[in-house]
Design a protein around this ligand. Structure first.
Ligand code: DSN
Length: 419
């Protein structure tokens, strides 16, 4: 029985339409994924009814004995997954996790060195309209113009010149593995703390196929819903010596009551990521990204840094005579969802940049492999080369639907139970 359908047809209509969109299309937004039915059930559970301000064993509300267990399991699993001394699983999002670390590690007005948003950074890494950029003095490093790789000479130079209290590593649109130890060396040299925001590639770290920042960073933050494939949310990790101040910065510093249903979903997802199958999944995500990138590059577009070694790629579509805005729009019309994206040193504007960002985590969760990536690359190139052709868009949409039909999204299992 479906209670939303009975009680609230308007919302049910929108949810059903979104479910059909997810099933019928190809989700290639690099930061999105499909959680398992178990994670979805945890998030939809009775735990949403419980207030639990505080931490396990030290709550401001009665009746917390069961949610305490949930939070302890979530903390222990995340600690095992990343080898962390301390994990706070309460941040409602990656942005909240980052705010909590800033509150722990620095004072308003302090200088922070972080990755430039227009080169692949994140808005909570000092964008001027974000609270990070309003409260702290951010200085930004970028990638080299010649190869689009992180410019560690520039990081070191800016660190020596500005003496930041905190260096932030991690990115939202950088297609290469990040060498965290190089950031740690620079941070040590100038007496800065190091925070790594591994939101995008946390799943690859959990699987042991990308460099783990936990051993070398003072603080590590992440979202839980990207490559990690959990519910929408965040975590923050640190060494034991900083655990009390980090916990205080999450609650009461930046948040009130934790979302215990989401924390249960995180626990379930961490449990899934600890299983051997997750490593295979993460390896396939990267294999698929490499296959897609190489097929696209041989079809006439340029890839930032020439390729990828993670779950995403930045595609410069301007060699095809179009911009990122039109590319996103026509692909969307075919059922291929992605986002327009600035490329480093972009001369175009953010609302119509030179690139699009494509990722493989969601398609890999559906079970697609390198053969499917090769077909998808052919369709993307075909459409981007004839963006005004209605017949090309219609034909591609049909092929996208046929492929999507063969790979049900995990939520289809839940729907089958509810019907
Ligand atoms: N907005 C996310 C992304 O798409 O990368 C980062 O938080």
């Amino acid at each position: 029985m479906n209670f939303i359908e009975m009680d609230d047809p308007d919302i049910w209509t929108a949810i059903s339409a979104e479910q059909a969109r997810q099933q019928d299309g190809l989700e290639m937004i690099a930061s999105e994924n499909f959680t398992s039915p178990a994670v979805m059930q945890a998030v939809g559970s009775v735990l949403t009814n419980k207030y639990a301000e505080g931490y396990p064993g030290h709550r401001y509300y009665g009746g917390c004995e069961f949610v305490d267990k949930v939070e302890e399991i979530a903390r222990n699993r995340a600690a095992a997954l990343f080898g962390a001394e301390h994990v706070n699983v309460q941040p409602h999002s990656g942005s909240q996790a980052n705010s909590a670390v800033y509150l722990t590690a620095i004072q308003p007005g302090d200088t922070v060195l972080a990755f430039d948003l227009s080169h692949g950074g994140h808005l909570t890494h000092g964008m001027k309209l974000n609270s990070s950029g309003i409260l702290y003095r951010f200085v930004h490093y970028g990638v080299r113009r010649d190869n689009h790789l992180l410019d560690f000479d520039q990081v070191a130079k800016l660190a020596r010149e500005h003496k930041p209290k905190l260096i932030v590593a991690g990115a939202s649109a950088y297609p290469r593995e990040i060498q965290h130890s190089r950031f740690a060396e620079i941070a040590r040299e100038v007496g800065a703390k190091l925070m790594v925001d591994m939101a995008h590639y946390a799943g690859l770290v959990a699987a042991g196929i990308h460099d783990n920042p936990v051993p070398v960073a003072d603080f590590v933050t992440s979202t839980t819903h990207k490559t990690l494939r959990g519910p929408r949310g965040g975590i923050a990790m640190c060494r034991a010596e900083n655990s009390k101040s980090l916990d205080r910065s999450v609650f009461p510093g930046t948040q009130g009551g934790p979302l215990m249903h989401v924390i249960a979903g995180k626990a379930v997802a961490f449990g899934e990521a600890l299983r051997p199958e997750f490593k295979l999944y993460a390896m396939k995500v990267v294999d698929n990204a490499r296959a897609l990138a190489s097929a696209l590059a041989s079809g006439g577009v340029k890839l930032v840094s020439g390729g990828t070694d993670n779950h995403l790629m930045l595609v410069d579509v301007t060699p095809l005579g179009i911009g990122g805005k039109l590319a996103e729009e026509v692909l969307d019309q075919c059922g291929i969802t992605c986002n327009k994206n600035m490329i480093p040193y972009d001369e175009r504007k953010p609302m119509d940049p030179s690139g699009i960002r494509l990722g493989t985590p969601a398609l890999t969760t559906r079970g697609m492999g390198t053969d499917e990536m090769s077909s998808i690359a052919t369709w993307i190139l075909r459409v981007l080369k004839s963006p005004q052709s209605r017949s090309t868009i219609d034909a591609t949409k049909r092929e996208v639907c046929e492929l999507a039909e063969q790979y049900p999204v995990p939520a289809a299992k839940l729907e089958a139970v509810e019907r």
